[in-house]
Design a protein around this ligand. Structure first.
Ligand SMILES: [Mg+2]
Length: 236
């Protein structure tokens, strides 16, 4: 019933710093997609390896130098809507980004315990929303493979809201699409900066996902309740 004690925050138990919370106090659940529901390895591989490779081939450039240059370009728009806009990247890189995304669709995988967690929430009558910075085209490609859409009341992309989740105005703007009470809302995300903006708005129950990629080791947040996966949140 109550989420407590077993979480690791850096080297100490979260219960040392954060109050436990009870699912009975939560009506609405917001869940990020990439790195929270789905393995972020897909995105890391796509942007760090696949796109540089395709770009260097298309423009006949040296692969390693191209990769370095592209990583700099990505960083310049990180945390903004441009970063997630496939049309922006298709135009800027002169590549068909949605088509390339589909080429590696086999790497879209659901993270461990996600499906059980979603059914746990459903059973408890929670309103579950997928809240993602991903572009609507990316959402469509990923859900075609993951087949999770039917478990959400609604899926909302930041593009519809008009701000990225990292931007403080996102949470106020979201109210116009989806009225919610921040004191009875649970939100899980793998990006600390996103949780910071949700915390600043007053969303009470925040969880950080410490292992967004199955290929990388867990990195725990020292600021938020930080879990390796949702198994730790399935508390009857
Ligand atoms: Mg994420």
């Amino acid at each position: 019933m109550t989420l407590r004690n077993s979480y690791t925050m850096g080297n100490k138990s979260s219960s040392d710093t954060y109050p436990a919370f009870c699912w009975n106090d939560i009506k609405t659940v917001f869940l990020d997609m990439d790195g929270t529901l789905l393995d972020k390895y897909y995105d890391d591989y796509f942007w760090e390896h696949f796109v540089p490779e395709m770009y260097s081939r298309h423009h006949d450039l040296e692969p390693e130098e191209t990769k370095k240059q592209l990583l700099k370009v990505y960083q310049s728009v990180e945390g903004t809507l441009q970063w997630t806009d496939l049309d922006y990247w298709s135009h800027r890189l002169e590549l068909d980004i949605p088509m390339l995304k589909k080429e590696i669709i086999h790497l879209v995988n659901i993270l461990p315990h996600v499906t059980d967690f979603l059914y746990f929430l459903k059973k408890r009558g929670k309103n579950i929303y997928l809240i993602t910075n991903a572009h609507p085209k990316t959402l469509a490609i990923k859900m075609e493979k993951a087949q999770l859409s039917h478990l959400f009341t609604q899926s909302i992309c930041s593009k519809e809201v008009g701000a990225a989740k990292e931007q403080p105005e996102f949470w106020e703007k979201l109210q116009t699409l989806l009225p919610y009470d921040s004191t009875t809302t649970f939100f899980a995300d793998d990006t600390e900066k996103v949780l910071d903006s949700a915390a600043a708005y007053g969303i009470s129950h925040l969880v950080h996902i410490a292992k967004p990629s199955t290929r990388l080791p867990a990195t725990f947040s020292k600021k938020y309740l930080s879990v390796v996966n949702f198994k730790q949140c399935i508390v009857e």
